[in-house]
Design a protein around this ligand. Structure first.
Ligand SMILES: NC(=O)C1=CN([C@@H]2O[C@H](COP(=O)(O)OP(=O)(O)OC[C@H]3O[C@@H](n4cnc5c(N)ncnc54)[C@H](O)[C@@H]3O)[C@@H](O)[C@H]2O)C=CC1
Ligand SMILES: O=C([O-])CC(=O)C(=O)O
Length: 274
């Protein structure tokens, strides 16, 4: 893949670009970035990563202009609203779209609309595992007949700052863990758009947004983002627990998310898909 385009250039995007630059299978020649503001600062930050590898960087504030540069693939790492704002333009241009903000698809009308646009233009919406894992096993389990899927997300109180968790619990005063949300994946993804995308990913791989049970916890005893889920199905029962290091660039985001996106991009670049 020679020309990669990203929507957003924050914590995930920066780690993603730094990782992909050094992958021999990538042969990346050009990076396009769609940003909202201060393109000069972001251009400098991107050039710092890309210039030593002879990768050309172009920064856009307009999606149509970015798509006119004909990227091979667009990766959204900006937030759920960016999927709603730009998804149709990308897919309508016949370009595949990887969405980090999978929780955007808790909006059923948006999901249906983007699926239809993708199908009409022969483009694909690619949902990465992100901070969660085991999506291969979960889809296989679903195809065999799924009996149960439940997910628990646990983060330090700082990871829930600026979210609806603050209306339910005093994050600064916590001395022990607080379960501040129990509900469906659809509700979780909509109420916690920067923290519960993994719940939506599990739901879409598994039994669906309204059938996936979610618990969210603020825990002052941890410094990590822990994602746990249990599956019972006709073919396989399993449980998974991922203890994610927090991104040094964003306390809400697990560092592994960027590397999962890198895997997704690499799987579209080399001869082997794994
Ligand atoms: N699937 C998963 O496992 C995970 C998904 N996420 C999703 O990824 C998103 C990004 O995460 P981070 O990089 O940590 O966030 P961040 O806040 O560090 O970076 C996001 C960047 O996107 C920019 N942005 C926002 N809307 C934009 C738009 N319409 N056009 C262009 N740029 C825009 C922001 O200015 C910011 O620089 C989160 O909001 C969340 O939706 C985050 C963590 C895990
Ligand atoms: O990065 C994480 O730990 C998970 C996350 O924020 C999300 O699912 O939106």
């Amino acid at each position: 893949m020679q020309h990669l385009a990203l929507i957003g250039f924050g914590a995930i995007a920066r780690t993603l670009v730094a990782t992909l630059c050094d992958q021999p299978d990538m042969r990346l020649r050009k990076l396009s970035l769609l940003v909202r503001s201060t393109p000069d600062e972001l251009r400098r930050a991107a050039a710092e990563i890309c210039a030593p590898r002879d990768i050309e960087v172009q920064v856009f504030t307009d999606i149509a202009q970015m798509l006119a540069a004909r990227p091979d693939l667009v990766v959204e790492c900006a937030g759920q609203k960016a999927v709603a704002d730009h998804g149709a333009a990308v897919l309508g241009a016949g370009v595949d779209l990887v969405t980090a903000s999978v929780g955007a698809f808790a909006d059923q009308a948006l999901f249906d609309r983007l699926k239809e646009t993708a199908a009409g233009r022969g483009a694909r919406i690619i949902l990465p595992a992100g901070a969660i894992g085991g999506i291969d096993a979960l889809v296989a389990a679903r195809l065999s007949g799924l009996n149960e899927l439940s997910y628990t997300g646990r983060k330090p109180p700082g990871g829930w700052k600026g979210t609806d968790a603050e209306s339910r619990v005093d994050l600064d005063a916590l001395t022990e863990e607080a379960v501040f949300f129990e509900g469906t994946a659809r509700e979780a993804a909509m109420r916690f758009p920067k923290n519960a995308n993994v719940a939506a990913t599990l739901a879409l791989a598994g039994p669906g947004m309204d059938e996936t049970r979610v618990r969210l916890i603020a825990d002052p005893a941890t410094t990590e983002n822990t994602h746990e889920y249990q599956v019972r199905s006709q073919a396989v029962d399993y449980s998974m627990r991922l203890v994610g290091k927090v991104s040094p660039l964003n306390p809400k985001t697990s560092l592994s998310t960027a590397y999962s996106l890198a895997r997704t991009v690499l799987n579209r670049s080399g001869a082997i898909i794994i």
